[in-house]
Design a protein around this ligand. Structure first.
Ligand code: EPS
Length: 382
């Protein structure tokens, strides 16, 4: 028996569409394609996106695994058509031979021995994140009966810091604020400054990266395990985030600050009252020893600037071996706000996996019973 909520995606950026199949998914959960489409729409937004987003209006088709809007315990399959496909179908395109620095083009070409680097970029494209967002939306819907919720925001873009202490906001408040910002900022004071910077960078044919913060509330303690490297919740979440196109680093809680401070300054002291164990601080970001500790999970991920520059960097033609500028394709100036939405999906997926490992994966009734029972048994010594 394999693990809960395993999934695979397939599909290219300009092919007919993107598919995902999720297996080991429990029965009896309501799944709404409207809610998936809402997340797909959120991912498509964000100041700094290119022309492609005017072509696409991502809408999911659920092709298997549900009846009467409820999961049946069988593999769930999702399909998102690419509207741009009609512009590419049967069309002969010039082979791509000048790899972009920072992209998968060159090494992918070496690995798979492709003469046309389009065979590499079609799948390495961040278009794939559309269907991962749909998978994440399913995970969110499975977690929702247990009051587990996620949110995200953009903290820096192009080096401009729009810092704000998120610990004073509920997940719902964060969602409300960020949905009203074209950059998904929690601190909207920086909105116009960052937007005009994006405009200038666009005029110069360049691109921008940034930092996203992703959070989850309502997490029960003891998801994941310290027992094995691959069972640790933080290592699993980190792997998921580093698989997201252009993400170069991740920090949990206070992250890098741990390296600069003393133990007495960073560890979250343990208290107890009639409700149980609790902390007054959450520097750990909700994970200790590879397990959730019941506090809010929060992490930061760092995204590099998109490698497709309209003013290209130097490269070498793979056939002639002569120096040329890298290929120039329609692309985005920045996709940091979109990455925040995908980040929510990835966090929801990893939490869902660990949640169903702990509470069962057959059907909602049994899982809910186990979940409630576990909350009572939190006093495990009595
Ligand atoms: C991408 C390049 C652009 C982006 C695309 C990712 O697409 P195109 O080359 O068709 O203009 O818009 O992102 C999406 C299509 C999406 O849905 O996020 C790339 O090269 O990674």
């Amino acid at each position: 028996m394999s693990s809960p909520f395993e999934y695979i995606t397939s599909g290219e950026s300009h092919g007919p569409g993107l598919t995902a199949v999720i297996k080991n998914i429990p029965a009896g959960f309501k799944i709404s394609s409207e809610l998936i489409n809402y997340d797909l729409e959120r991912r498509q937004k964000g100041y700094g996106r290119g022309g492609r987003m005017k072509i696409e209006k991502d809408q999911v088709q659920i092709l298997g695994g549900i009846r009467n809007n409820e999961t049946t315990g069988t593999p769930l399959s999702l399909f998102i058509p690419n509207h741009d496909y009609k512009n590419w179908e049967g069309k002969k395109t010039e082979p791509i031979t000048r790899p972009r620095p920072g992209h998968a083009d060159l090494v992918g070409g070496i690995k798979y021995q492709r003469e046309d680097l389009r065979d590499i970029l079609e799948r390495s494209s961040a278009r794939e994140t559309a269907v991962r967002t749909a998978v994440g939306s399913v995970a969110k819907q499975l977690l929702s009966p247990f009051q587990i919720q996620t949110a995200s925001f953009v903290e820096t873009l192009g080096g401009i810091e729009a810092l704000k202490d998120s610990s004073v906001f509920s997940i719902l408040e964060i969602q409300k604020i960020t949905e009203n910002s074209e950059l998904r900022l929690l601190n909207p004071d920086f909105e116009s400054k960052i937007k005009s910077f994006i405009d200038t960078v666009k005029e110069n044919g360049d691109t921008l990266g940034g930092t996203i913060v992703v959070l989850a509330d309502g997490i029960p303690p003891a998801l994941g395990s310290f027992a094995m490297p691959e069972t640790k919740l933080d290592s699993r979440i980190a792997a998921a985030f580093l698989s997201l196109q252009a993400i170069k680093g991740i920090e949990f809680g206070i992250g890098r600050q741990y390296a600069y401070l003393k133990g007495s300054e960073v560890h979250d002291e343990i208290f107890y009252n009639e409700k149980g164990f609790y902390r007054k601080t959450n520097r750990a970001g909700g994970i200790e020893g590879g397990m959730s500790n019941g506090e809010r999970i929060f992490l930061k991920a760092f995204m590099k600037p998109i490698p497709t520059l309209m003013k290209p960097l130097l490269s070498v033609d793979i056939h002639t071996k002569k120096a040329f500028e890298a290929v120039k394709e329609r692309s985005d100036v920045t996709a940091v706000p979109a990455a925040a939405v995908v980040g929510e999906a990835l966090l929801a997926i990893e939490i869902a996996k660990a949640f169903f490992e702990r509470f069962g994966m057959d059907n909602q009734n049994t899982i809910m019973k186990n979940f409630i029972e576990d909350q009572r048994k939190f006093e495990w010594l009595e």
